[in-house]
Design a protein around this ligand. Structure first.
Ligand SMILES: Cc1cc2nc3c(=O)[nH]c(=O)nc-3n(C[C@H](O)[C@H](O)[C@H](O)COP(=O)(O)OP(=O)(O)OC[C@H]3O[C@@H](n4cnc5c(N)ncnc54)[C@H](O)[C@@H]3O)c2cc1C
Length: 446
């Protein structure tokens, strides 16, 4: 069993090198007043993103700024979003350019750009690849022992579960929590723009083409001022819904290969423009994702030493199209909590132990992030209730979708400023969170 080396340094193990894990590694490594030793364990052989593009909006830009990682994130400025009837192609609604300053407007970016940019800010030597966590042991004397599939072990005072939708950390902390297939299958790919640029109305802006049981989504992912026209690509994301209760197919949650025939077979009744675009997708370039989701967790931490971030903490499979932002926000807030407790608070109080400090950190993290996720689950419940009340016809569901699009009302997500959230917490905080300070743990630099 690995033993705690010393009592001065906080040993943090981050599991997973997605946006959440990388953001946490950057934010914790940047703390100057606390001695934190960070190791990020990732099961993959290399950090490689699959899954085409993603939206980077105001909430993500603010995180990237705080992490010093925004400069390499470029992509297509989403200046127009169209909603169409996918069967006859009629334009039903559109949203024009945002009133935000251009640098904060939403862009569709290649996932690889976000990952590269975050990776560039992670200090060297922190990431260990090919380390698949298989179990965690709660050490009674403090900390946890991590067991990896290659037979090795590691010790940590704090384990950060950034290991995504099928989190081992979540399964360890909350063994009764289960995720299941929601009924939605998503196929995603990036296509060279030149292959579909001749099709009217498809590649010009971000557009949703709604059908009877799903939709097809198109969005350019490159900034024409930065990418040559021959290298520009367009993302196609197609969704199809089945009844999860009757579905008998074996499902994989993340990025498996599939055939063009399989994808196209689900959209044969769509507008000819959509069908033509799908027919131009190069062979073997689609990836299939089955959406899994699970209930809300009442707490985002356990054992006073495990904490969940990103998809591990709220398995919603991209329900708001902003999961990378949530994951980065979690990581940044966690780091602020560590600094606040082990630096600011520690310098004011006479003594508290490492365990007590961690209790405070996790309590702060939960106080800030749990209500936010609760609000998201509540919103999804409200939407479900609203949709249950609409006529069960294609037109009825389409009208409800367009109404929800036009209504907006999700600025509390898309315009969340995580730094402001932290400042507001600092203003109304209650320092009487139980705990004692052990002066020996306070960083020597204080
Ligand atoms: C179809 C779809 C569309 C989406 N669109 C958007 C969008 O437009 N904008 C947006 O912001 N978000 C979007 N999301 C959500 C976004 O992809 C996720 O929310 C985000 O990637 C979550 O980041 P994460 O770091 O929590 O987890 P992940 O990105 O899932 O990373 C988890 C990491 O942990 C590693 N790992 C897993 N298990 C272990 C283990 N046992 N040991 C070691 N390592 C492990 C994995 O290999 C992986 O690298 C979308 C999601 C889907 C499915």
């Amino acid at each position: 069993m690995v033993q705690l080396q010393d009592n001065k340094t906080l040993h943090v193990a981050i599991i997973g090198g997605g946006p959440g894990g990388l953001a946490t590694a950057i934010a914790l490594s940047a703390l100057s007043n606390v001695e934190v030793h960070v190791t990020l364990y990732e099961k993959a052989r290399e950090l490689r993103e699959i899954g085409a593009g993603l939206n980077i909006g105001y909430n993500s830009w603010r995180c990237l700024e705080l992490l010093g990682a925004r400069s390499e994130v470029t992509g297509h400025l989403i200046d127009e979003v169209q909603q169409r009837n996918g069967l006859d192609g009629n334009l039903l609604a559109k949203r024009g350019p945002s009133s935000l300053p251009v640098k904060y407007q939403s862009r569709r970016v290649r996932r690889t750009r976000l990952q590269r940019s975050l990776l560039s800010q992670v200090p060297a030597g922190i990431i260990q690849l090919r380390k698949e966590l298989i179990s965690i042991e709660n050490l009674p004397e403090g900390g946890a022992s991590l067991n990896f599939s290659d037979g090795t072990q590691a010790f940590a005072d704090l384990v950060v579960g950034g290991d995504g939708i099928r989190s081992v950390v979540r399964q360890t902390a909350f063994p009764d929590h289960n995720i299941k297939f929601t009924g939605t299958t998503i196929w995603r790919t990036l296509v060279p723009s030149s292959l579909i640029s001749h099709i009217p109305d498809v590649p010009t802006c971000t557009s949703w083409w709604h059908g009877t049981a799903g939709h097809v989504y198109f969005s350019p992912v490159d900034d024409p001022s930065e990418t040559d026209s021959e290298n520009q690509e367009i993302e196609i994301s197609a969704r199809f819904l089945v009844d999860p209760e009757t579905d008998k197919v074996r499902r994989w949650s993340w990025g498996v290969d599939t055939t063009n025939e399989n994808v196209e077979a689900h959209f044969t009744n769509y507008d000819p423009r959509v069908r033509e675009a799908l027919s131009k997708v190069p062979k073997d370039s689609w990836k299939e994702f089955s959406a899994f989701a699970g209930p809300r967790l009442n707490e985002l931490h356990a054992w006073n030493k495990l904490v969940l971030i990103g998809d591990a903490s709220h398995p919603l499979t991209g329900a708001f199209g902003s999961g990378a932002a949530f994951a980065m926000e979690d990581g940044w807030i966690l780091a602020q909590g560590v600094e606040y407790v082990f630096s600011t608070l520690a310098s004011k109080q006479s003594s508290f132990s490492k365990d007590e400090g961690l209790r405070k950190v996790l309590s702060i993290f939960d106080t800030i992030r749990s209500p936010y996720y609760k609000r998201m689950y509540q919103h999804l419940d409200n939407m479900k209730a609203k949709f249950a009340g609409v006529a069960d016809t294609f037109e009825g569901r389409l009208q409800a979708r367009i109404a929800a699009f036009s209504e907006g009302g999700l600025d509390w997500i898309y315009q969340n400023d995580i730094e402001q959230v932290w400042k507001e917490w600092l203003q109304q905080k209650d320092d009487s969170i139980p705990g004692q300070v052990d002066a020996s743990f306070v960083s020597s630099s204080l």
